[in-house]
Design a binder for this molecule. Structure first.
Ligand code: MZP
Length: 505
């Protein structure tokens, strides 16, 4: 007969946090959200850290290069998805790595004989008001000048005339030579009171652009997550099929973090793959795995597979139907609580701290806060990021509201890939789906969204009287809530005539 665990499987909505003493020293600006992302010996080693406890899911409709750049700039990390060819994934990693903070590869370029109408259309398409005018309109050909929206009046000037009638020619521009440092470029912008500084190579070809606004943007993102060469951080998902070749190519592309992407990581497939990679690369790579929902799953991945972090969660994802289809999984709160307790036991026994990540099913900011308070070191989110401007899917207008497509890695839309295959034998088989193909409301820029969530997290931490994530784990006190408490938690006996659209998201 089956062993029955009578404890109820619970979700984050079933808990509330009790405030602790907030002293006068507890204010949001004092809160540190740094979290370890790879196993380490506290007190003996410095951990490898994320600036904020957020990662984005390794999913086709979530973690493209634009999202990875935007998230790393806030202090988190994206996991580029492995349900694409190895070369495509490596190109995504390279795109993030090549995004030198400050030096922008110009994506709006035009030739001098092109009509103004083409420049206006280009500016609307890219959303950029600065257009480089180059000999043949290419992004790295000879720079002839710059056209900005201050050089023409859209409703007054003749759109049929060529751009050369309007642009500011090279001789009236301030430029810098390739090789200039970002600090030097910023100094030039400051001294010359310019908005944009073109960087050219020895032959006069456009290399990149440096913008004044990016300096302020950089100052506004003090937690930006970069490697030792000051390039943005990016992660890469691996599967348990082509992992040797994929890891090799992604290491060459200089991905910073690796993680097996599997709905059920408590498997010999993952152990074998992890050990082979460890054998080949030792501790030079940070390698996570999962997903698990129980203490024994965690132990297996840490002790047998030697992984650096473990992802927790089966069946809670917003697009996931694994529990309905196969009957496996666990309420996300129960899974995090059990695995976090095992992580702490493992630390007591060995002195080694193995971070855990709560993956999937975080439906609102409170769920995120609860996941972290109940023991997760960081979270992984799909839906949350799929809704943002920077996710790789186009906005869709449906009945006057904007949406973005969002589909599961186990849906038929992503079906040609290996995540849901159990062994090499069923290479082409997929008898049922574990994910759906859906839409999520558009929620604007990632930066604004993350700032709001982090403001709530910092505020909650002050309520609890803690200023760091490890203190949050140690001091948080949660209580279970009844159905009536949930009713009480919402508004009661008041009429709300109008709500901001974002309040419903
Ligand atoms: P969510 O943040 O949208 O709720 O969940 C994202 C997580 O769902 C991913 O990180 C992954 O673990 C999981 N996922 C991705 N695809 C599927 C599926 O097709 C899935 N079933 O469950």
């Amino acid at each position: 007969m089956a062993e029955i665990n009578e404890t109820v499987s619970r979700t984050f909505d079933e808990y509330l946090l009790l405030p602790g003493l907030t002293t006068k020293g507890h204010y949001p600006e004092q809160v540190s959200l740094k979290v370890p992302v790879a196993k380490y010996r506290p007190g003996k080693e410095e951990p490898y850290c994320l600036g904020i406890p957020f990662t984005s899911a390794a999913m086709q409709s979530v973690s493209g290069p634009d999202l990875a750049i935007a998230l790393a700039r806030k202090g988190g990390c994206s996991f580029t998805f492995c349900s694409q060819s190895i070369e495509e994934q490596a190109a995504m990693v390279r795109k993030v790595k090549e995004h030198k903070a400050g030096f922008v590869d110009s994506d709006s370029n035009i030739a001098p004989d092109d009509p103004l109408s083409k420049a206006i259309a280009l500016s609307k398409k890219t959303g950029h008001s600065t257009i480089a005018v180059t000999e043949d309109g290419g992004r790295h050909s000879r720079l002839l000048g710059i056209l900005t929206d201050k050089d023409y009046w859209e409703t007054k000037d003749d759109p049929r005339l060529p751009v050369r009638y309007y642009f500011t020619p090279l001789e009236r521009l301030v430029c810098a030579k390739e090789g200039v440092s970002l600090e030097e470029a910023t100094e030039i912008l400051h001294k010359e009171k310019k908005e944009c500084l073109p960087i050219v190579d020895d032959s006069g070809n456009l290399a990149s652009l440096v913008f004044r606004k990016d300096y302020f943007d950089h100052k506004a993102n003090p937690l930006e997550l970069t490697d030792e060469k000051k390039r943005l951080f990016v992660g890469a998902a691996l599967n348990t099929h082509d992992y040797l070749k994929r890891a090799e190519t992604l290491i060459e592309a200089e991905a910073d973090l690796f993680c097996f992407d599997s709905s059920d990581g408590y498997s010999e497939w993952q152990k074998d793959a992890a050990l082979q990679l460890r054998d080949r690369y030792g501790r030079k790579i940070i390698l996570g795995g999962g997903n698990v929902v129980s203490a024994d799953g965690f132990r297996f991945l840490v002790e047998e597979a030697d992984l650096d972090f473990v992802k927790v969660g089966i069946g809670g994802g917003s697009i996931c139907i694994t529990r309905e289809q196969k009957g496996i999984g666990r309420g996300q709160a129960s899974a995090v609580i059990e695995v976090a307790a095992e992580r702490d036991r493992y630390f007591q026994e060995t002195g080694i701290y193995v971070p855990i990540c709560s993956d999937g099913g975080l439906n609102n900011d409170t769920n995120i806060i609860m996941a972290l308070a109940l023991g997760a070191d960081f979270v992984m989110m799909g839906r949350y990021f799929a809704m943002t401007e920077e996710s790789p899917t186009p906005k869709v207008n449906y009945r006057g509201m904007l949406y973005k497509p969002y589909w599961g890695e186990g849906s038929s839309r992503a079906r040609n890939w290996q995540r849901y295959k159990e062994s090499d034998k069923d290479e082409d088989a997929m008898f049922f789906e574990e994910g759906v193909d859906a839409y999520v409301p558009y929620s604007g820029s990632l930066a604004d969204k993350v700032d709001t969530t982090l403001a709530k997290l910092r505020s909650t931490m002050c309520n609890l009287g803690v200023l760091s994530m490890d203190k949050l784990h140690k001091n948080a006190r949660a209580v279970r809530v009844s159905a009536m408490t949930l009713v009480e938690s919402g508004t009661s006996r008041v009429e709300q005539f109008e709500r901001m659209p974002t309040e419903k998201l």
